[in-house]
Design a protein around this ligand. Sequence first.
Ligand SMILES: Cc1ncc(COP(=O)(O)O)c(C=O)c1O
Length: 377
Amino acid sequence: MRFLNNAATSFPNPEAVTRAVAASLAARPMEPGRSRGGKDLVSVCRERLATLFGVDDPAQVILVPSATYGLNLVIHGVLTAAAPCHVLATQLEHNSVLRPLAHAARRAKVEVTHLTPTAAGEITAAALADAIRPQTRLVAVTHASNVSGSIQPVAELAAVAARAQIPLLLDASQTAGAVPLSYRTLPGRVFLVAAGHKGLYGPTGTGVLVVPDALVAPTFVGGTGVRSEELLQPETLPLYYEAGTHNLPGAAGLAAGVEFVLERGVETLGQHRHDLVTRLRERLQTQPGITLQPIVNGDGRAGVVSFTVAGVDPDEVGLVLSESFDIETRSGLHCAPLAHRHFKTLPRGTVRASFAAFNTNDDVEALAAALAKLGRR
Ligand SMILES: Cc1ncc(COP(=O)(O)O)c(C=O)c1O
């Protein structure tokens, strides 16, 4: 099987990840602050993620059960004030941002503006600056669209938000591990979120949230294993946002996944994805009936190629690729309905091929050949 659905969850994972998860399950449970001796894997995972994202203090790195959880934590934590307020998001956001915002808007007087990208799929700093209002309390931007793979100018967007003193929620789920990101160089108050099971090669059920401080109220509170005599959650990082027993096999696997990324190098992994994306786009551009979604500046480091085939439903294309050619892609809306509205691919969406470290040129050629055959049927 050729697996080209890495934007959903990467597969296969490095063998070290599988081994680390198994070893964690077989070993005596060791929780940070709750057991004696040795270095626990939760702390190791936190430190590696801090190194990867350029975070000064590993305590700012919060291990969460998914990117969705981290995004909800920030959105609901920031939008607690009863006073009417405004949030700026983009049309490229995943439902993990769109839905928490829609729910917050239903609960309180929160107005949400979804910024329109350029035709190529870019959210410009000028568009963001123009849309800011005195009541804007949060800016939420995806680093790369999971539909088109377009990568956003994050440093420029962060500078605009910082100038207006508005926190920035950056969803790096599609870029973590493939597009370099230096948290410490981003100006202002930035919340960085990423899924653990995509370009970080960790197990499903893992995610990361980097917080600038402990000023946002946590969504869940509970046991931390320290200061148990206090009825309120200790307001120290990372405990403030990590209630309950940690996902130890998840942390072990994610630590191994991040080690793999650090060893290979983010630049190298991003270049590999870019090369595969560029090759596939070249192959498909010349095939009649195929329409490719644009990517900004030809930058393919998100590893995503999204397309439609004239006259064939995307689900049908996905099914034929899977059943007749043993190639796994993803079809439909990819949990990002407003992006499809923008790209005019509603209601059926697109077919998405997405690459990671273990994909090869052969995968690209096999997909291009399969689509050529499909076009001739
Ligand atoms: C851009 C983006 N944000 C958020 C998510 C949600 O990630 P998770 O499954 O870890 O909650 C995804 C995953 O599909 C995504 O592509």
